[in-house]
Design a protein around this ligand. Structure first.
Ligand code: GLP
Length: 244
């Protein structure tokens, strides 16, 4: 694991965007695995800016997102489809036909998860997967569990995740209780992984996930076993880790 120390959120967003930009420059037809949440917003802004300045071309890029709430239509402003469009896709030249997310409106979970897994495979696998980190160590929506889930599956969100995400909804009751998410196996098959973390409230989980034992109770800990992981974290998020 490579840990890149950033000064603050802005610096983290800049450094992480540079890693994604380098991937797109090195392989213009790459498959980017993308993430939602508040952490990547700044890095997406940088990518949009560099695209506008003529320094980045998404014309041949394929994207696959980590997860989507089950039951939320695309037009719902809390769907991850809506998030990706309003934070990135609508502002760069990515081909909409090559952007992919699980379809939260497909009520047939088994069929949707199998479809999504096939989409990733047919795209040739993920070159670079971007990940945020949940407070309980979840990645995508892989919640703490007794075993690592391998493929895209339907999950029941934990109370903690519902609580953390309710800030985006009118009330906790409106937060969907389930989601479709890539599995740990899907994520681990990505050639490269880029994790972004910011803020003192993530300091405990950063230490646990990246310096503690590998356990499905802390899903992100599995990343310690991946051969090419870069963590871009700010000083506050790294404040409980001994990096000397
Ligand atoms: C959500 C998403 C994750 C994300 C996490 C952290 O639950 N499904 O992909 O990494 O929250 O979000 P934030 O970056 O807002 O802390």
């Amino acid at each position: 694991m490579k840990i890149v120390k950033a000064k603050d959120y802005e610096d983290m967003s800049l450094k992480a965007a540079k890693v994604i930009s380098a991937q797109v420059i090195m392989k213009p037809n790459c498959v980017l695995g993308l993430a939602t949440g508040s952490t990547p917003i700044g890095l997406y802004k940088n990518l949009v800016q560099w695209y506008n300045e003529g320094n980045l071309d998404f014309g041949d890029v394929t994207t696959v997102n980590l997860d989507e709430y089950r039951g939320l239509p695309k037009e719902n402003d809390q769907s991850y489809y809506y998030f990706m469009h309003t934070n990135l896709f609508d502002y760069v030249n990515v081909n909409p036909e090559r952007t992919n997310l699980p379809d939260g409106t497909n009520p047939d979970a088994e069929q949707e998860c199998a479809r999504y897994e096939a989409v990733i495979q047919e795209a040739g696998g993920i070159d670079l997967q971007l990940l945020g980190l949940g407070h309980n160590g979840h990645i995508g929506f892989n919640e703490p569990a007794d075993a690592f889930d391998k493929e895209t599956h339907c999950v029941d969100l934990t109370e903690r995740t519902i609580e953390a995400n309710k800030r985006f909804f009118a009330s906790a009751d409106e937060v969907p209780k389930q989601a479709y998410t890539m599995g740990i196996g899907t994520i681990m098959k990505a050639k490269k992984i880029l994790v972004v973390v910011s803020g003192a409230d993530k300091a405990d989980i950063v230490k646990e996930a990246f310096f503690g034992p590998v356990t499905p109770q802390v899903p992100a800990s599995v990343l310690q076993l991946h051969p090419d992981v870069t963590i871009v974290a700010d000083e506050a998020a790294l404040s409980k880790c001994d990096l000397s």
